[in-house]
Design a protein around this ligand. Structure first.
Ligand SMILES: Cc1cc2nc3c(=O)[nH]c(=O)nc-3n(C[C@H](O)[C@H](O)[C@H](O)COP(=O)(O)OP(=O)(O)OC[C@H]3O[C@@H](n4cnc5c(N)ncnc54)[C@H](O)[C@@H]3O)c2cc1C
Length: 457
């Protein structure tokens, strides 16, 4: 009864808003399962995103689906409508330029339907279902990656490929690519999907994979939400590591930095013991600490001033690498702290049981092959979940200062390998390194991808 009332209310609001452009009887075809909301809070929220740049017109209504069928009913109605209305999937709204918005139609709010306003009937999307033997998990398209992680960890498993930030939806990152420091090893997130359920533009519900409806599978993965709405994804898992040794080393010479990063990436086919589990990098362009907003790596009590490291052209390059490990697989020794001096690498034993001799030796032998600035090695050791969820900590800090919900004019670029040196000269050194005005929101994060291109964030 409550659902019917809500639907009637939604339809009345739609008539008021669009006059007779949209035939309300067509919306009745959505059926009572569809959870449409015209609550101003929902509608305004769906017209905003992380970028806060577009000032887009709000949608006519927002749907909070509880199942693939809800989504299929809505899209079918839109497809069959004589007047036409648009439908857009929205995950967690972390796009920059209104990619998940639609003005004269309905936004399907895939994330947050588990308890957000507008969920009148109490129906909720399915929870993640882990298949421990098969090592995959079936998840709702709007599930946040942090919740996928929490579910799989209950079985000692975790997805293989990540984004730096976990409060993004599965459908949202699979519509892009999902890239982080694991991509050189496992590929981006879209390369770690076994199967999808997709609602097509006609409102059909298709299961697709490499073998079944493969055109749709490949179109939707990285398809920017334009080929269908992902309602379920089957994601590949691996045994979850327990801890991570996280290391940053610095360079003043760009070609040495890129050579070392390419070398580490070239090891992707080697056994786990002969490579790192995570490789990224970033450019440091100001005089501050070698922390950035994505992660508080260094203690404020131990500040590292860029100026003390003689940057070349005003910038330094930071190679960021990590080694995963299991506490249970080797006998623990006292925690050791890596100390790197001009004479090479040595290990100092500290006082707790964390770091394992085998991993220590593996890290040491990999680091010996790199040509970073001596004495510029910084390491920390933390639980695997804390490493993966590192950006959230920074988010909380920025939120507390009112610096999270601000406009984000971000630009992510793929630069071909042949042009990355020009990019360094022109942009990193030529613009950022010479800037006399503080650039509060500028960050240059770079990762090599295994196809010979550079991803610049
Ligand atoms: C702080 C921060 C850190 C980030 N770090 C990384 C990173 O390390 N690596 C990386 O690759 N990206 C990163 N991103 C970018 C991020 O992956 C994309 O912006 C992603 O689209 C956001 O997901 P979302 O759930 O918020 O999607 P939304 O913004 O809600 O939607 C994004 C696009 O996906 C479509 N879409 C959403 N859900 C579905 C679905 N179920 N089916 C089909 N299409 C759908 C939408 O229509 C839209 O076109 C970061 C973004 C932020 C804000």
């Amino acid at each position: 009864m409550a659902t019917k009332l809500l639907l009637t209310f939604a339809i009345c609001r739609l008539i008021v808003t669009v006059g007779l452009t949209l035939d309300p009887t067509e919306l009745l075809l959505l059926g009572v399962d569809a959870q449409l909301s015209v609550d101003p809070t929902d509608v305004i929220a769906a017209s905003l995103d992380f970028g806060l740049l577009t000032g887009a017109q709000p949608p006519l209504a927002v749907m909070h689906p509880a199942s693939s069928q809800d989504v299929a009913q809505l899209v079918k109605a839109a497809y069959g409508s004589n007047f036409g209305f648009t439908v857009s999937a929205r995950g967690h709204g972390h796009s920059i330029n209104g990619q998940a918005q639609t003005a004269n139609g309905v936004v399907v709010q895939m994330s947050g339907s588990k308890g957000g306003s507008g969920v009148a009937s109490g129906r909720k999307p399915p929870h993640p279902r882990v298949w421990p033997q098969e090592r995959f998990v079936d998840v709702w398209g709007g599930e946040l990656w942090i919740d996928v992680l929490r579910s799989t960890l209950q079985h000692g498993l975790a997805p293989k490929s990540w984004t730096d930030y976990l409060y993004l939806s599965v459908g949202g990152t699979l519509s892009n690519a999902g890239i982080s420091g694991q991509a050189f090893n496992h590929g981006p997130q879209i390369s770690n999907v076994h199967e999808l359920d997709v609602v097509t533009g006609k409102g059909e519900l298709l299961t697709c994979s490499e073998e079944q409806n493969s055109e749709m599978f490949h179109a939707v993965l990285g398809g920017l939400g334009q080929f269908g709405i992902i309602t379920r994804a089957r994601i590949s898992l691996e045994p979850a590591p327990q801890r991570v040794r996280w290391i940053r080393v610095l360079y003043s010479n760009f070609s040495t930095f890129t050579r070392d990063q390419e070398y580490l990436i070239s090891l992707h086919e080697q056994p786990a013991s002969q490579k790192f589990d995570y490789v990224e990098g970033f450019v440091i362009v100001d005089e501050g600490l070698i922390n950035n907003w994505r992660s508080s790596f260094f203690s404020p009590h131990n500040p590292v001033k860029i100026s003390s490291l003689e940057p070349n052209g005003g910038v330094l390059y930071c190679l960021e690498i990590a080694k995963n490990y299991h506490e249970s697989t080797a006998s623990t020794i006292d925690q050791v702290f890596l100390v790197f001096g001009t004479s090479g690498i040595s290990f100092n034993v500290l006082n707790s049981k964390l770091w394992l001799m085998t991993e220590m030796q593996e890290v040491e032998s990999l680091l010996k092959k790199l040509n970073f600035i001596p004495a510029s090695v910084f390491t920390t050791d933390l639980p695997y979940v804390d490493f993966l969820d590192r950006v959230h900590k920074a988010e909380l800090k920025l939120r507390s200062k009112g610096l999270w919900e601000v406009p984000h004019p971000w630009l992510n670029l793929f630069v071909p390998k042949s042009k990355i040196a020009d990019f360094d000269k022109g942009v990193f050194k030529g613009i950022l390194g010479k800037s006399v005005v503080p650039l509060p929101h500028v960050e240059s994060r770079i990762e090599d991808d295994e196809r010979g291109g550079w991803v610049v964030w």
